[in-house]
Design a binder for this molecule. Structure first.
Ligand SMILES: [Zn+2]
Length: 266
C-alpha cells in the first residue's frame, strides 16, 4: 500500500513536471509574440498617420496574445509619436491592467466593447478620416464598396447614430462603456461601422489587415463622394463583395507603407 502511494506520488510529480515543461515554452512564446505585437502596433500607428487615416487623433489597438480578455493600446499620444514605451495593456472594461497616472485615450471604450462582443476581432482602428466623416453626414447615403479593395465593407457599412443613445446635445465622443457597447451593437457582425459626424471603427484579424482596411475605407469613401457627384454609381455586387472581402496583398502593402512611414520619420 505504501509502495503504491509512493508510485502515485511519483506519477503525479512526473505529470505535473511534463505539463509544466510543455506550457513553459508556450508561455514564453506567447510573451514573445506580445513583444512582437507591441512592435507591430507601433508600426501600425506610424503607417496610419503617414497614410492620413489618423492625424493628431485616432488610435489603433490589438488583442493580447497571452490574454484574449486584454488588449494593447497606446497611452494618450498622437499616433505619429507613439513608441513601444507608450503601449499599455487594458481589460475589456478599458481599464489599464497596471495602474498608471498617464493620460489615456478617452475613447478607448470603443476597443474594449468591440473585443468583448466579437471574439473573432484581433485588431481595431478608430479614426476620423475626412472622406468617411463627410459621407457619414450625407443624408440617405451609406458607405458602400465600389472598388476591389473594399469588399470587406459589405453591402453597406452600418451607421452609428449617437443621437439614438445620447440625445442631440452630446459631444459625439465615446467616453464610457455604455456608449462603446452601443457602437459594438451597431457594428454587429460587420467589419466596420461608420459613426455619423465622427469617424469609424474598423476591425480585422491582424494589424496588417486592419491597417489595409482603414486605408481603403478612406480611399473608397473619397471615390464614392467623387462618383456620387458625377452620376449614378455602380457598387460592387453581392458576388463581387464576397470575392473581394479578403484582399490578398495587405502584407505587401504593410511592408511598403512601413518603409515609407519610417523613412519620413527620420
Ligand atoms: Zn473619435
Amino acid at each position: 500500500m505504501r509502495m503504491r502511494r509512493r508510485h502515485v506520488f511519483h506519477f503525479v510529480v512526473v505529470v505535473v513536471g511534463v505539463l509544466f515543461a510543455a506550457t513553459a515554452p508556450a508561455r514564453a512564446a506567447a510573451a514573445q509574440s506580445n513583444a512582437a505585437l507591441v512592435a507591430d502596433l507601433v508600426t501600425a500607428n506610424h503607417i496610419l498617420f503617414d497614410q492620413n487615416v489618423v492625424d493628431a487623433f485616432g488610435h489603433v489597438s490589438v488583442r493580447s496574445a497571452t490574454r484574449p480578455d486584454h488588449y494593447l493600446l497606446s497611452r494618450n499620444r498622437a499616433p505619429g509619436d507613439v513608441t513601444a514605451a507608450d503601449i499599455l495593456e487594458f481589460t475589456l472594461d478599458s481599464q489599464p491592467v497596471t495602474a498608471t497616472n498617464l493620460p489615456l485615450y478617452s475613447e478607448r471604450f470603443i476597443h474594449g466593447e468591440i473585443y468583448r462582443t466579437r471574439p473573432d476581432v484581433m485588431a481595431i482602428v478608430h479614426g476620423h478620416s475626412y472622406s468617411v466623416v463627410a459621407l457619414s453626414a450625407v443624408q440617405n447615403a451609406r458607405l458602400r464598396p465600389l472598388m476591389h479593395f473594399a469588399g470587406f465593407i459589405g453591402e453597406a457599412a452600418p451607421l452609428f447614430e449617437i443621437r439614438n443613445v445620447a440625445g442631440d446635445a452630446s459631444d459625439l465622443m465615446i467616453r464610457d462603456g455604455k456608449l462603446g457597447a452601443a457602437v459594438a451593437r451597431s457594428l454587429g457582425q460587420s467589419a466596420m461601422v461608420v459613426m455619423r459626424g465622427h469617424g469609424s471603427a474598423i476591425t480585422g484579424t491582424t494589424l496588417a489587415q486592419v491597417v489595409h482596411r482603414a486605408v481603403y475605407a478612406e480611399v473608397n469613401a473619397r471615390l464614392q463622394l467623387d462618383a456620387m457627384r458625377a452620376g449614378p454609381v455602380t457598387y460592387l455586387s453581392p458576388g463581387e463583395i464576397r470575392a473581394t472581402a479578403s484582399a490578398p496583398n495587405y502584407g505587401r502593402a504593410w511592408d511598403f507603407w512601413k518603409a515609407q512611414a519610417e523613412a519620413r520619420r527620420r
